[in-house]
Every structure is written in C-alpha cells, then in structure tokens.
Write a protein that binds this ligand. Sequence first.
Ligand SMILES: [Zn+2]
Ligand SMILES: [Zn+2]
Length: 133
Amino acid sequence: MAVQRKTSQRAALLKAFELAGRPLSPQEALDLAGRHAKGLGIATVYRNLKALADRAVLKVVSLPGQSTARYEMCGKAHHHHFHCRLCHQVYEADGCPGNIEPLVPKGFVLEDHEIVLYGLCAACKPPSPRRRR
Ligand SMILES: [Zn+2]
Ligand SMILES: [Zn+2]
C-alpha cells in the first residue's frame, strides 16, 4: 500500500512536469500534481523532486536571485529560460543565440553558459492600448 502510494505520487509529479512543459517550483508541482495524487503534501513533493533529481529524471533550474529552485525534465535540447517578473513563473525560451565566445575574457576557457530573460509573460503583459483614429 505504502509503495503503491509512493509510486502514484511520483507518477503524478512527473505528469505535472510533462503537462506544464516549463520549469516548476515545488509549490507549483504540488498545485498541479495534487489534483491527481491524494494526500500529497509539500514535504513529500520536496523529497520526491530531490529523489528524481538524484536519478537524473529531473534537473534543477536555479535562477539568479531566486531562493526557490525550479525543476525540469532532463534530456531536453539546449535551451534557456524566461522569468516573468510579475507571476514569477519560469518559461522555456527555445534555442540559443550561440556564438558567445567573443564575450569570454582573453585567455579564459568557456565551459558552459546560462541565459535568463526577464520580463512579463503573455498572461501578465498589460493589454496593448487600442489605437484610435
Ligand atoms: Zn507572468
Ligand atoms: Zn545557450
């Protein structure tokens, strides 16, 4: 019984990540997965997210200035993130501008990079003012 429940909670969490298609904080994961997994609590979510990250099913997305880490599914193509300043949801930004070698200080070796875009998501963006003629 306990094992069954553990499995279904984990499955509900993974389903939440699949459906969201964007990085989720533990609270967001709980909100989405909680509908499908009875009795799911934030402590269980934290534990499961960590376990899934340890198994390289999920990976941690840490953003500058954010104390709450987000998680996303492993194995996605190289991409970056968009952080909405209003709702604090994090979205995937497809692709990469590439060619950032020119930014690297002379004599340094570039190993990796992160690019975070900031702004307002489509849901938070104020409606554009109507043009009057
Ligand atoms: Zn937003
Ligand atoms: Zn990139």
